[in-house]
Design a binder for this molecule. Structure first.
Ligand code: GUN
Ligand code: FE
Length: 452
């Protein structure tokens, strides 16, 4: 009884969005520094961070405290580029470059999402796994299919995660079975149908990439962007052959980025995130900076598809907006911790093999990119500075054994390199506790293949 009473009281306090978490707290304000407050207090008032304290100020003495003991508390991670329909074939068919990989793997799989039964099974797995990860916010590609994209939004809404989800647009240079004839009309229908439907999920305009979108389609999407005031996600300069292809398709553009810019789908009034940016010119960097375009750095994808290594150090030097993406299924994992280590590792190879002027990324910088860097695409998220949305992940690293004493900073470093979903103890999004990892797996009511 006593336990029940406490729990009810606790849930009530959590539902008001005002509480205090106690634990070993880490967050970033800037790329080169991780702030650590051992045995500290984070105060959340109405879903927003009020402050991080070594000693709890008296005025918060009456707020409920959830004590996580020796566990580590970090801001929720943000994945600013991934593809939900491709989650089904992650870890398969990697030995190809982009265009062949799209034609052989991605397009045939995405065609299956015209079947809502298949979409339901696949997207249930995707949404459940995302909930179990350390990610609290994500920018997600669906497919061209309106109904399947709505189903994806329904499932993500239930997770409590904050997600931007896009119905994909593509009407040229793609197989007939995925080539849209009414892309703009379908997009408008989708936007009208999802308007005001969700609390956690919002639509994002999603032209697949320049080669797959006709000029008429991009003009139509530009009008829709203004009409619905939408953010935009797409791909930019991922692969050398792709960059050459865009030059052929649109020779009047000064660069690949300028091609999107000429349709007003490249930042400014349209908050925009572009995945990859492996091959970017100085002029493009200036344009991206002026327009506030976000770079989604996807190191695992760039390695698997032999695309190259994005010069993230140069982007940080230019103070561009940069975050991390998992880009599944070109990336195999939904873990932004893995994207952090990947970003560090590929930057070391780039420095060693290609360009000694750009120093490798540090663990501090990678942590920043996966938290505050990408979080900025969602506004004030990804940090525990005052006024930020209260997104937090509570990590239990007690199963990562070690014979030697470790500092808190060393424990965080090992979590970045070694943790998986089993280390996630609890999760909060916008001041709401969405709970820890689902321990029993998910029920098999949908008849999912390969689940006993
Ligand atoms: N460019 C256009 N579409 C895609 C995609 O699905 N994945 C990746 N990695 N790049 C793309
Ligand atoms: Fe992608």
């Amino acid at each position: 009884m006593v336990f029940l009473f406490r729990r009810e009281r606790c849930d009530f306090m959590l539902n008001t969005g005002s509480f205090v978490l106690k634990g070993n707290i880490f967050y970033s304000k800037a790329p080169d520094e991780i702030i650590c407050v051992p045995e500290g207090f984070i105060v959340c008032v109405h879903g927003k961070v009020r402050g991080v304290y070594e000693v709890l100020p008296k005025q918060y003495a009456n707020i409920n405290i959830i004590d996580y003991g020796d566990k580590i508390i970090i801001p929720g991670l943000t994945d600013i580029h991934t593809h939900a329909p491709q989650y089904s074939f992650r870890g398969l068919g990697m030995d190809l470059e982009l265009i062949e990989w799209l034609n052989r793997n991605a397009f045939p799989e995405e065609a299956k999402y015209s079947d809502l039964d298949y979409a339901g099974k696949a997207y249930t797995i995707f949404a459940n796994d995302l909930k179990k990860s350390a990610t609290t916010r994500a920018c997600i590609f669906g497919t061209i299919h309106v109904e399947a994209t709505k189903l994806l939004m329904d499932l993500l809404e239930e997770t409590g995660l904050k997600c931007m989800v896009g119905k994909v647009n593509m009407d040229r240079n793609c197989p007939e079975y995925l080539c849209e004839s009414g892309s703009v009309a379908d997009t408008r229908k989708w936007l009208q149908e999802v308007a005001h439907e969700y609390e956690n999920v919002t639509p994002i305009l999603t032209p697949r990439f320049f080669p797959a979108c006709s000029e008429t389609l991009l003009e139509g999407l530009s009008r829709i962007q203004k009409e619905f005031n939408l953010p935009v996600q797409s791909h930019l300069s991922e692969n050398l052959a792709e960059v050459e292809w865009v030059k052929e398709l649109f020779p009047e553009a000064l660069s690949y980025g300028d091609a999107y810019n000429r349709f007003e789908l490249f930042g400014k009034e349209a908050p925009t995130v572009m995945a990859h940016c492996v091959y970017i010119t100085e002029g493009e960097i200036e344009l991206m900076k002026r327009n506030g375009v976000f770079v989604a750095h996807c190191p695992e994808s760039n390695t698997n598809l032999s695309s190259g290594i994005a010069p993230v150090r140069a982007y940080l030097n230019h103070k561009l907006n940069v975050g991390l993406g998992t880009d599944m299924a070109a990336g195999s994992s939904n873990s932004i911790f893995k994207a952090m280590t990947g970003a560090i590792q590929v930057s070391k190879l780039r420095w060693r093999l290609a360009d000694q002027s750009l120093k490798p990324l540090t663990v501090e910088e990678a942590f920043y990119l996966g938290t505050k860097g990408g979080g900025a695409f969602f506004g004030k998220t990804g940090s525990f500075e005052e006024g930020y949305e209260f997104d937090a992940v509570v990590l239990d690293d007690s199963n990562i054994l070690h014979p030697q004493p470790l500092t808190l900073k060393e424990r965080l470093e090992r979590i970045i390199y070694l943790s998986d979903d089993r280390n996630i103890h609890d999760k909060y999004v916008a001041g709401r506790r969405i709970g820890k990892a689902i321990e029993t797996g998910f029920d098999n009511t949908l008849g999912l293949t390969g689940v006993d």
